[in-house]
Design a protein around this ligand. Sequence first.
Ligand SMILES: [Zn+2]
Length: 240
Amino acid sequence: MIDNADNPWGRRLHDALTFATFADSAYPVTPYASVGLADVRPDAPDRLDMPDVGDRSASGVLDKLQAAGYVTARTVLRETSSQAYLSDGRTVTAVRVLRPFALVGVEYRFSREANSRAIKYGHAYADQWEITDRSYIVPTGWYLVGETGDYVTDLVGVAGMDGDPDGCVFEMEGFGASQCAAGCQSCDARWLAYADSWHFDADDSDADAWDFDDADDIDETAGTVACPACGTGRVGFDIF
Ligand SMILES: [Zn+2]
């Protein structure tokens, strides 16, 4: 599993899934699409192209993204705790992102007046709403999503894959992968980022630290960015 996680985009999908499990409502949009308050009115008819994909679990979010045509997902491993003699069941899902997307988080609230209407008529729309946040862009490609738990599942991790992960051997431990190494082939500068951080600190080199968000010329197919140290080389990633 760890050996096969070979691009940094797993972290993007991980961030987006976490985003959608915490947000009040989360709407998928195409990258850089502008979304205004009018687009997320509480009383607007449901939009097939922009459904609320928020859910309590990552697999619930993936189901909704699949229904909206953004991803395909298939279960490649499912073991209950009794089958595997584990304290928790585990599930691995192979996900293919067909269209790049970002998630827009929206919070809806009811004023006292809207609350009274809801009580009086049995239904009312929220009358206050705001766009709270926007996730990173999730690039197209293959991903493995690991979850544990038999009935209620927890997201353990996401790995970005170079191709269909069919036939891979899965080590659930690998989903806890917490380090991402970055290195430039031209100037040999090396960095490390820990946990879910996108901040890269120099590793055995005197290169300056940098943040992924500030990286230039992101090549989402090759999984590389322009080297912030030498400016000419390409930085690749290794997740372990
Ligand atoms: Zn370099």
